[in-house]
Write a protein that binds this ligand. Structure first.
Ligand SMILES: Cc1cc2nc3c(=O)[nH]c(=O)nc-3n(C[C@H](O)[C@H](O)[C@H](O)COP(=O)(O)O)c2cc1C
Length: 212
């Protein structure tokens, strides 16, 4: 499987990091075309203390926790609108933008994109492939909501960065991973934990979560 992963300047760099890690761990993803916006690098510095400004593949591998010699990730410059993900004639399974800023969301929704992330998302939609967007902002204004609706109508999967708590996460990683597994479900990428809700069972009159 081949995917494009884009990281933009919304809060939640850790979602991108864990998405890349779990895609790598899936064993079925053979190539990831990775694109970072400039703001994504600023936010990663603020949130995770990581400097991705001039990052090459081995720096990205280190950030994600992959072996430095791993060739899974192919990094593309934001201004390289001739890169592989820019053409629909290149077959791949789909694309995820995680996290997705309101700026990038608006550019894609308007069809007036200006960089490789916008172009790759546009191509993914026009080719009828899976486009998963993980928007993050709070609160949403009417423009954000209308843009999301527009993209949903166009076939995008809108999965807001709204993690659940019903699995009682013990750490931020567990919280993030549970959410990331839902993203991978929508991309069709297998992962290590079942996120299927098993239902509540009655136990001595009380409702308790069924074990996976
Ligand atoms: C620390 C930090 C956090 C931000 N969080 C968000 C956010 O959650 N959602 C959002 O839409 N923009 C957020 N922004 C603003 C975007 O980074 C900004 O609008 C940027 O122009 C988006 O560009 P991009 O879509 O090319 O990444 C944040 C900026 C910074 C510096």
């Amino acid at each position: 499987m081949e995917f494009t992963v884009a990281i933009t300047g919304a809060s939640g760099s850790i979602y991108a990091q864990r998405t890349l890690l779990h895609m790598a761990a899936s064993g079925v993803v053979e190539r990831i075309n990775l694109i970072l916006s400039d703001s994504a690098k600023t936010v990663a510095k603020v949130e995770l203390g990581v400097d991705l400004i001039d990052a090459d593949r081995s720096a990205i591998n280190r950030w994600i926790g992959l072996p430095s010699e791993s060739r899974l990730i192919h990094l593309h410059r934001l201004d390289n609108i001739a890169a592989r993900p820019s053409s629909g004639s290149h077959p791949q399974e789909g694309m995820v933008i995680v996290p997705c800023s309101m700026g990038t969301l608006g550019a894609i929704a308007s069809g007036a994109g200006t960089n490789l992330i916008h172009r790759a998302a546009d191509v993914t939609l026009k080719e009828g492939r899976r486009l998963v967007l993980v928007p993050r902002e709070t609160p949403y204004n009417a423009i954000h909501l209308e843009n999301m609706l527009r993209l949903s109508h166009a076939g995008a999967h809108i999965i807001p960065a709204s993690p659940g708590f019903y699995h009682r996460p013990k750490s931020i990683e567990a919280l993030v991973d549970h959410f990331v597994f839902r993203v991978l479900d929508h991309l069709g990428v297998p992962h290590s934990r079942s996120t299927q809700w098993q239902g509540l069972k009655e136990d001595a009159g009380a409702l308790v979560a069924t074990e996976d």
